[in-house]
Each structure stands twice: as structure tokens, then as C-alpha cells.
Design a protein around this ligand. Structure first.
Ligand SMILES: [Zn+2]
Length: 116
């Protein structure tokens, strides 16, 4: 197979990368629950109007997923709490929301069309 991956192929690549991310949370001693995955365009529009997220969210393309981390029973709410996992995710080729101007530490995505 040659050439760049299509969006459809990247969606499957992201799904498998995300499975590895979930496993990695366990290896790193966190507990994890699932946050938002797919987001409809209508919901992205609504959230953007509230200053949360962007209209062109990768969630709408099934190329981003949010997670909730816990350590020793405590829910981790700060972006920096997610940095060790974010660094690991970046080492796998993913994009981590903790790097955004408006930090979004629990957001993990695979870049597509210069979107993260
Ligand atoms: Zn997100």
C-alpha cells in the first residue's frame, strides 16, 4: 500500500492507537474512564458557541477521544496531571490537547488536515 492514508484508514489507525492508550493508563498506574468520543457537527457548533471546543472538532471525524484519569482514587482534573500520558501518546504519533493554547489535557487525537 502506498500514499497517504485516507480518512477512513486513519480512523481505524486512531481506534487501535486509542486502545493502546487505554492500556497504557493501566501500565502507568492510573484508572481510566471514557469521556466523549464521537461528537455530532450540531453539538460541536453548540459547544463552540459556549467557548468549549471548536466547530471543526476532530471528535466529529472520530479522530479524537477524551478520557478521565484517576490516581489513588482521586479524579485528576488539571491538564498537567495528564502530561506523562500525553508525552507517551505523542511518542506514538498522536496529538495531545495539553499542548493547545486553551489546554485540554484529557483530549487525545490523531492529527488530520492540520487539525488536532
Ligand atoms: Zn476532546
Amino acid at each position: 500500500m502506498t500514499g497517504p492514508l485516507t480518512l477512513r484508514q486513519k480512523q481505524s489507525k486512531f481506534a487501535l492507537m486509542f486502545a493502546a492508550l487505554l492500556h497504557q493508563t493501566d501500565i502507568m498506574g492510573y484508572s481510566v474512564t471514557l469521556g466523549e468520543g464521537y461528537r455530532s457537527p450540531e453539538e460541536a457548533q453548540r459547544l463552540a458557541g459556549l467557548g468549549k471546543g471548536i466547530v471543526n472538532s476532530l471528535h466529529c471525524l472520530r479522530m479524537a477521544h477524551d478520557i478521565n484519569l484517576f490516581k489513588e482514587g482521586a479524579y485528576l482534573t488539571k491538564s498537567e496531571d495528564y502530561e506523562p500520558l500525553g508525552i507517551w501518546w505523542e511518542s506514538q504519533g498522536g496529538s495531545w490537547g495539553g499542548r493547545f493554547t486553551r489546554q485540554d489535557g484529557n483530549h487525545f487525537s490523531l492529527e488530520h488536515d492540520n487539525r488536532k
